[in-house]
Design a protein around this ligand. Structure first.
Ligand code: ZN
Length: 374
């Protein structure tokens, strides 16, 4: 077994860590930045407070970003960075502002549009990149410590990832207090995304020891704390544990990446509007069973390390957790009706991410899975 591990992001973790943002900007020597955030954070005053406390270093806000950001969102963000002559950006929010900001910063000093890089094959050029600081307000994507940006090109009808070593944030601030206002349904979905990252990195063909140890830790935390964070939103301890799970799962999948459940999540989100984490969770228990016996039962051993009797017990626990939090369990409830729709879902799920599964899965395997989910 050979592997490489690198994570060049400095992580600042803990309650009220957000107050250190001005000091961090100062230490990094940045002069003029744009705050990239969701509209919700602009409206509820969180963005404004961060700008006011930035010692004049944040000069503008960009918030025109939809959930599951589009390449159009990125191009508009790039425009804001260029117009403001920004030498850095702060991304504030969940995965969408992070992914948008990450891609925008990667080409900010150039003169091209993101599509050239996203689907056009143009490599990221270090002379066009400006640095980014990521501030997480949900416990889920782990995007604050990865170099991955997931973008949708509406014109080409493609949702795919962009990643490059130059796309890592310089610093990530994870302050659990910022997650207290996340509503239960979003807590459930983002928390299940954490679980998907932890598990998929284990059954990715790119799995490796450092990341697998992180997966064990993150998986245990999710099963111990996610339901509490969901049912008691103001429980700071539960929020802190889920923030920890999110960042540790982020380390877990930073190098092995994700696999089948994420591959299936893309059409479930794009065609049926299922939120990202909930969409990943829809097939997570199925993939746990698919992969259970692979590589001499490696997943069974992982499941035992996490406190389950085997991978099948882990799969059952995933189903129970989803059910308890009111997540979608069948295709019918998200609006899939015909067998043509199942064909389309299957076709769109067979992406390169599917090939990362330690067990090779065919078109028919995935189609039969979807049929059993009706
Ligand atoms: Zn995810």
């Amino acid at each position: 077994m050979t592997w490489e591990f690198s994570l060049p992001v400095k992580i600042y973790f803990g309650t009220d860590k957000i107050k250190e943002l001005p000091k961090i900007i100062e230490e990094l020597g940045y002069k003029r930045g744009v705050l990239v955030c969701s509209n919700t954070l602009k409206k509820n005053g969180v963005a404004e407070e961060i700008i006011e406390n930035s010692n004049g270093k944040l000069v503008a806000t960009f918030s025109d970003i939809r959930p599951n950001p589009t390449t159009d969102n990125v191009n508009a963000c790039v425009k804001a960075l260029r117009e403001n002559n920004a030498d850095f950006a702060v991304a504030l929010g969940g995965g969408s502002p992070m992914d948008c900001c990450k891609a925008a910063c990667a080409i900010a000093k150039g003169d091209d549009i993101i599509e050239s890089y996203h689907t056009g094959g143009k490599p990221i050029n270090k002379d066009e990149v400006i640095p980014m600081i990521a501030v997480a307000t949900t416990s889920g994507t782990g995007s604050e410590i990865t170099n991955i940006s997931v973008l949708t090109d509406l014109l080409k009808n493609v949702k795919s990832t962009m990643n490059d070593p130059l796309m890592y944030p310089k610093a990530a601030i994870v302050d659990p207090r910022l997650t207290l206002s996340v509503p239960p349904k979003v807590t459930a979905s983002t928390g299940l995304d954490v679980l998907a990252h932890a598990l998929e990195s284990v059954w990715s063909v790119l799995h490796q020891p450092i990341c697998e140890s992180c997966s064990v830790h993150a998986t245990k935390l999710v099963f111990e704390w996610l339901y509490k964070a969901y049912s008691e939103p103001q429980n700071l301890e539960a929020r802190e544990k889920m923030a920890e799970a999110s960042i540790v799962a982020g380390v877990a999948f930073s190098n092995p990446r994700t696999a089948g459940s994420h591959a299936c999540s893309f059409p479930l989100t794009n065609l049926y509007g299922v939120p990202h984490g909930e969409a990943c969770a829809m097939t997570l228990d199925f993939f746990t069973r698919f992969n259970a016996e692979a590589e001499n039962g490696r997943l069974n051993k992982f499941a035992r390390d996490c406190g389950f009797s085997d991978a099948y017990a882990l799969a059952d626990a995933i189903s129970d957790l989803k059910k308890k939090m009111g997540m979608a369990m069948t295709l019918t409830e998200i609006g899939v009706e015909t067998s043509e729709e199942i064909e389309t879902l299957t076709k769109m799920s067979m992406t390169p991410l599917m090939e990362r599964n330690i067990i090779p899965l065919s078109y028919d395997d995935i189609k039969n899975m979807y049929i059993s989910m009706k």
